[in-house]
Design a protein around this ligand. Sequence first.
Ligand SMILES: [Zn+2]
Length: 283
Amino acid sequence: MRNIHQSNIDFESHYRNCVNGKGEPTKSQLLSCIDTLLSLYQQYNTLGNQRALYRLPLLLATDIAPATKKTLKMLYDERMARNGAPGRNVYDKLLEAAAMTCPFCGHGIPTTLDHYLSKGIEQYPELSIAPNNLVPACKDCNHAKGTHVPSNIEDQYWHPYFENADQYLWLGARLEYSLSQEVTVTYFVSGAITDADIKNRIEFQFNSLRLNRLYSKQAATEISGIEPLLRNTTFPSEGADGIRQYAIEQANARSSVHQNSWQAALYRCLASDTQFHRMDWIL
Ligand SMILES: [Zn+2]
């Protein structure tokens, strides 16, 4: 639920570039509806800034005729995503903006562009190549989002170009110890967020993308990775106090980068769990 700097790519020139080279009459049909598409894109950006994209109207076939929804949808695959396509440079530029982390899960590597509002025929094919509707994502998030289109304020994924959930401290974690001395980490959306709409949206995304499952696996690997270090800790003191100090240092460092990363939440949890400091869970 991280923010990505919005590109300055102009939709109209990108659209014209993608449409040029199409045969007639398709090219003329696609150019004839350009004002309608630009108007929809303007509304998209306005509602995006208002966190209200669920209110974006669906266009009718007659709104874009003689162009068709199918042709508009196919522009993405044929004229933008495919290697060598005229719009591929825009595809690559948008993908690079995410650096190394998927903004939806905050963990995966972005290898694809997700249509924030689906380009499905019954949804928003008119925005299939609209820059602000194309968000870098990892494959798992892209797959999990599927053809989702929000129907109300609470089932809207956080839009990385318009908003940033990282301004709220929303991710929590707790340790659970089994009788076989294994420790598991469970993640949850913190109850500290008082705004119900914001909390519900975060929970919607957290559950839809199965982030507890993703983060919990990473945390298990992290704990087993630091276990040898904890057994021999002398920093800054030995034993339980040294482990607590180590966890605090890690929590502060990780939180200063992204306070809702699974690492930050994990170390905050480790810093406050006295049973963990005693190390009796691995003895
Ligand atoms: Zn992801």
